[in-house]
Design a protein around this ligand. Structure first.
Ligand code: NAI
Ligand code: 15L
Length: 271
């Protein structure tokens, strides 16, 4: 495969295409490539012109090897996206991540955008600021698996020169749902901007960037990754009055209020 020095891709792979962000990015990414290959283990809408649709469980190494054949770059959204018992996280986010990078190595894919999560850092307090060099403090099995995913990306950069932008996405939904999300919200338009700048920045090695819009309040510092050139254009501010009216009082002793991970810090996946 050619190095990713292009603004347009011959064949781009989007995993997690049946999910919330995958469905949102599907038509947007199509504009930047000749062929968009879509995969998930769940059912997806049938292929339109210029699309390929392949069902693929990430824990199936042989299937992932075939999935990655012929792609120039990957946007990796597939996986467990909330706090869950260990077994599905192990399959999707641990085995799946290694399978994807092994396939990328064998098929000489040069650039991956990995959907990591703010939950890698969930046990930092909301009065602390974190950057790409702050040591991880995952808030559960899910955050732990994303920290592992970032380490996989680092290994494949150091050892095999596969570039990755690990995006610690905050909260990417149509609008911020609560007071915490006023700080973590990432609009869908800014998500598209971030994914595309991460795919096309000339040199990224393995870079870790926080994925949020230009929110007035924030606990993320992206100064170390200015080379990516992400310039968010949206903000949670227009939603502030409605969000604050719906949640006027916060329990300042509640761990979900104290820590950056919010409710994830007390999610109980162990039954
Ligand atoms: P989602 O849960 O809606 O989508 C994830 C997709 O991955 C699903 O369609 C699911 O079927 C697929 N998947 C799960 N296990 C799989 C497996 N073993 N094999 C193949 N496919 C599998 O999640 P969403 O919101 O679309 O997020 C996309 C990515 O971004 C996820 O990796 C998530 O962890 C990450 N992220 C999302 C945030 C958000 O605010 N939406 C915040 C932080 C991270
Ligand atoms: C995540 O990592 C989840 O995938 C998403 O569903 C949200 O809960 C988000 O973090 C968040 O922290 O708001």
């Amino acid at each position: 495969m050619n190095p990713v020095s292009t603004l347009r891709f011959s064949r781009l792979l989007l995993t997690g295409a049946a999910g919330g962000l995958g469905r949102e990015l599907r038509p947007r990414l199509k504009a930047y490539c000749d062929v968009l290959r879509l995969s998930d283990m769940a059912t997806m809408a049938p292929a339109a012109a210029g699309e390929e649709v392949l069902e693929c469980p990430l824990q199936d190494a042989d299937a992932v090897m075939k999935l990655v054949d012929g792609v120039q770059a990957i946007v990796h959204l597939g996986g467990v996206s909330t706090e869950q018992p260990w077994a599905p996280i192990l399959a999707a986010n641990i085995m799946g991540m290694v399978n994807l990078y092994e396939a990328a190595r064998k098929h000489q894919v040069k650039r991956i955008v990995f959907a990591s999560s703010n939950h890698v850092m969930g046990f930092y307090r909301q009065d602390q600021v974190v950057d790409a060099l702050s040591p991880p403090k995952p808030d559960g099995f899910y955050g732990l698996s994303k920290a592992f995913g970032e380490d996989v990306a680092q290994l494949y950069w150091d050892r095999w020169g596969i570039e990755t932008v690990s995006v610690r996405i905050g909260s990417s939904f149509p609008e911020p749902k609560d007071r915490r999300m006023l700080s973590t919200w990432l609009s869908y338009d800014d998500l598209e901007r971030l994914v595309m700048t991460a795919l096309t920045a000339p040199v990224v090695g393995h870079s870790i960037i926080y994925g949020t819009s230009d929110n007035r309040s924030s606990w993320y510092d992206n100064r170390l990754v200015r080379h990516i050139g992400f310039a968010p254009q949206d903000s949670s501010e227009p939603f502030r009055a409605a969000v604050e009216a719906a949640q006027p009082v916060l329990d300042l002793k509640d761990p979900a209020v104290i820590y950056q991970g919010g409710g994830f810090v007390k999610a109980a996946p162990h039954g």
